[in-house]
Design a protein around this ligand. Structure first.
Ligand SMILES: [Mn+2]
Length: 356
């Protein structure tokens, strides 16, 4: 019988990378990154607390993970953090926070954990991807998002850094990206062929130019409609791991989901992922055996219309993370060796007789 599924993929993997990841399989580090200066709305810094309150640690522990919760990083706002170029907001605060996060993620991965960064806005990927790449220079990134987040400081219309992190991380864009105050520590660590987007449906003109001109692989919601999520995931892994296995960084923006499912977020866009598409994405990523770090970003408890809306968004985010670490829709999370056997009919008869 031919081997199929994750085991085969692991066996085919480069022995070092796969072995290292197998050893880390059950050890998950949580790093809270209450970063909110990458955008303008209040509340996204409460994301880590909201995700923990939704039972994240218990869910991961219930899947057999050893959870190491490192708490929240203590980001301070840099004083006199003036606009860059009269437009880009809080460069020094975002730069410093991302630098701290990069160190934390790098340490967690070096210590043998898979690292989950709890956001916070999406500018934190500057730090999480950089820190992860320090330990795993050949990582591939799956960016699940309604937006491409690849404007440069010279093309951004909002000035918010959460719409720009990938422009700083991409080697091919460095002659188009100015040096921002607070960003001198940052070195680009990705090539255009290292990224796959899933879920796009709100892409700015300059971003579209970048995606096309640098041949970045993306699967928009239209592509998901056309191909179905199964083909989309097959092509994602073909692109990232067709030639060789590599550690995966999943950067998951909760606004990739349809706003009916994830209303408590800053920039919702109609027509997003269904629950089933979202779970399929993370199930398949888990099944590769190569998931090494996860960002869960843009959960903002101050933006839900009701407590229920906030709870629904947070529980969805926890489902995404749990599925990354082995929760399935088919049960069988933990090995179950033996079913209980009822006592023999004779015994129960005799017990009844005793009672009579
Ligand atoms: Mn995003």
């Amino acid at each position: 019988m031919a081997l199929r599924g994750p085991l085969t993929r692991l066996l085919r993997a480069q022995p070092d990378a796969a072995l290292q990841l197998r050893r880390r399989a059950h050890s998950v580090a949580l790093v809270g990154a209450p970063l909110s200066r990458g955008q303008k709305r209040r509340g996204v810094d409460h994301g880590p607390a909201t995700l923990r309150a939704a039972g994240l640690v218990e869910r991961l522990a219930g899947l057999g993970c050893q959870v190491h919760d490192f708490g929240d990083l203590n980001f301070t706002q840099v004083p006199n953090d003036e606009l860059y170029n009269n437009l880009v907001l809080y460069p020094r605060s975002v730069g410093l926070a991302s630098q701290m996060l990069a160190d934390a993620v790098s340490r967690a991965v070096a210590a043998g954990h898979r690292c989950v960064t709890l956001g916070g806005d999406h500018s934190l990927a500057l730090g999480s991807v950089s820190g992860h790449a320090r330990q795993c220079p050949h990582l591939g990134v799956i960016w699940v998002d309604a937006h491409a987040d690849i404007n440069t400081p010279l093309t951004t219309q909002s000035g918010s850094l959460h719409g720009q992190p990938l422009s700083f991380l991409l080697r091919e864009l460095q002659d188009k990206v100015p040096q921002l105050p607070g960003f001198s520590w940052l070195k680009p660590c990705l090539s255009a062929s290292d990224i796959v987007y899933i879920g796009l449906r709100d892409v700015d003109p300059a971003e579209y130019y970048i995606l096309k001109n640098f041949d970045i692989q993306y699967f928009s919601m239209r592509d998901i409609d056309r191909l179905g999520i199964k083909k989309v995931m097959e092509r994602t892994f073909e692109r990232l791991m067709g030639r060789r296995q590599r550690p995966i960084h999943l950067s998951f923006d909760i606004d990739a989901f349809d706003p009916s499912l994830a209303p408590a977020t800053g920039t919702p866009v109609l027509g997003g992922l269904t629950y089933r598409e979202g779970m399929y994405i993370t199930e398949e990523i888990h099944n590769t055996g190569m998931l090494s770090a996860v960002d869960m970003v843009e959960v903002n408890p101050l933006l839900g219309a009701s407590q229920e809306a906030v709870k629904a968004t947070a529980h969805l985010a926890v489902d995404v993370i749990a599925t990354c670490f082995g929760q399935t829709r088919e049960g069988a999370h933990i090995a179950f060796d033996e079913l209980p056997t009822p006592s023999s009919p004779d015994e129960s008869d005799s017990e009844q007789q005793v009672r009579i």
